[in-house]
Design a protein around this ligand. Structure first.
Ligand SMILES: CC(C)(COP(=O)(O)OP(=O)(O)OC[C@H]1O[C@@H](n2cnc3c(N)ncnc32)[C@H](O)[C@@H]1OP(=O)(O)O)[C@@H](O)C(=O)NCCC(=O)NCCS
Length: 170
């Protein structure tokens, strides 16, 4: 098991973010466009920086708690501060997978959502085929709620999405 911590995503992480765009699971299971336009990581960071300013999004780099090396991304989007709910996402760099990093990331993101945003509902949308991500959700105590069928995801791609959630009372 690798222990991890979150730090705000910034320019210094962009090369590591771009390196993950070559991974087929990242292209398949995340909203990263496929093919990835050159320099897209910078545009994407700008969207999250805008979200930080208006309170609707937050992006964290997941780093090794011991040596600070980059392990992946922890994301919060669709933050509804008035409605006190949000959606979370996570991506682990291929070389850091299988060591509990995503599970730790989701634990940290979830604690942040409940403590910093005072959330009453946290949601995950997971492709029905993404067995590893479903394990991560279950590990942290999220509950499966139902499946959105043939949901338009990106660039003409439709997929079945499982919705999982966690409430402070769970
Ligand atoms: C999904 C992902 C985040 C998992 O990261 P990770 O750090 O390897 O995850 P963890 O080590 O915390 O745990 C993964 C769990 O899934 C299991 N798992 C891994 N690959 C699996 C597979 N192909 N089928 C079933 N289970 C699998 C592991 O055994 C582990 O289960 P356990 O905790 O019960 O032992 C990573 O593969 C990834 O970044 N994928 C691409 C992006 C993505 O899919 N993001 C999520 C979008 S909803």
């Amino acid at each position: 098991m690798t222990d991890a911590r979150l730090e705000p995503l910034g320019e210094n992480h962009l090369a590591s973010v771009a390196a993950m765009f070559g991974d087929e699971d990242v292209l398949r299971y995340t909203r990263v466009p496929n093919p990835v336009p050159p320099g897209w990581e910078r545009e994407w960071l700008e969207v999250y920086e805008e979200g930080r300013r208006d309170g609707t999004r937050e992006a964290f780099a997941v780093v090794d708690a011991d040596d600070g090396s980059f392990l992946g991304l922890g994301l919060a989007f669709g933050i509804d501060r008035e409605g006190r709910q949000l959606e979370l996402g996570y991506v682990v760099a291929p070389e850091a997978r299988g060591r509990g990093v995503a599970t730790r990331t989701l634990e940290l993101l979830t604690q942040w959502g409940f403590s910093e945003l005072d959330a009453l509902r946290i949601e995950l949308w997971i492709s029905a085929d993404n067995e590893a991500s479903k394990r991560v959700a279950a590990n942290v105590g999220y509950r499966y709620e139902g499946t959105l069928r043939s949901f338009h995801f990106k660039q003409g791609i439709r997929d079945d999405f499982e919705v999982w959630s966690l409430l402070p009372s769970d």
